[in-house]
Design a protein. Structure first.
Length: 255
């Protein structure tokens, strides 16, 4: 049996199928859920929830400071001075570090860290999404050493990492890392390519806009047999709302 967890494009530019697990022991950190069934593949998946104190920022910083070859990051904005300084420190140590940031957010007077990092010599790529007036680079993606991936709903800043209701997936999977690496190439070059298919394993990643996340999510809702649980910033696609209503009417638990 699989628990399918999906998030809308405004929240998380991915969709994934996760192996079901039993409830964690009472002594486990409230911020962290470790998904079972990955170890035999030499992979791992941890799910973090915000707010949870410094745990999420700690994990991101540890990954940055522990990197051995390269770090690639794509963010809507960067407002965590702690993580910005960690990225700069690794760059100054000679590690390959690349930061993709939404250009429209970089233009805002309160988002100064991107420009500061660029002044310090760290490679910063402003990404200007002109598909429509409100289109942005809305990813929160990090790739470490072609093996570890971080993605989720949280911007790298005080609100996203400490105050909002957010989620962060921490993946150790070379196969999924390769998918993310290719996606970062597409973002940096603005050369979009159609998805070529699934990778081996229990999780698949889908990216907006080329992968039509609305269709991916609608298919998952339509195929649900037991329950659909949804937590999103907003729901503005009527056909997804209708799919949820249809699922409820056929006896699926929806909330």
């Amino acid at each position: 049996m699989f628990l399918r967890a999906f998030a809308l494009p405004l929240m998380l530019a991915s969709a994934c199928a996760l192996g079901a697990r039993e409830a964690p022991a009472a002594s486990a950190p409230a911020a962290l859920e470790t998904i079972d069934g990955w170890a035999e593949r030499g992979e791992a998946l941890d799910v973090y929830f915000v707010p949870s104190g410094p745990v999420v920022e700690d994990r991101l910083e540890a990954a940055i400071l522990g990197a051995e070859r390269r770090i690639r990051v794509a963010l809507y904005n960067l407002r965590s001075e702690r993580l910005a300084h960690a990225l700069l420190a690794r760059h100054r140590e000679g590690l390959e570090v690349e930061l993709l940031l939404d250009a429209k957010q970089m233009d805002q007077p309160w988002n100064t860290l991107g420009a500061w990092l660029e002044e310090q010599g760290l490679p910063v790529v402003p990404v200007r999404n002109e598909r429509h007036r409100y289109a942005t680079l809305h990813d929160k993606l990090a790739l470490v050493d072609d093996a570890e991936v971080f993605l989720g709903s949280a911007n790298w800043g005080p609100s996203g990492l400490h105050a909002n209701e957010e989620a962060l997936l921490a993946l150790r999977s070379p196969a999924l890392a390769a998918v993310v690496d290719a996606e970062l190439d597409e973002i940096a070059s603005d050369a979009r390519h159609a998805r070529v298919g699934d990778v081996p394993g229990p999780m698949q990643l889908h990216f907006s806009p080329t992968d039509r996340l609305d269709a991916v999510i609608e298919r998952a809702i339509d195929g649900a047999e037991e329950r659909v649980l949804v937590a999103v910033f907003s729901l503005r696609l009527r056909w997804l709302a209708e799919a949820l209503v249809d699922a409820h009417r056929r006896g699926v638990e929806v909330w």
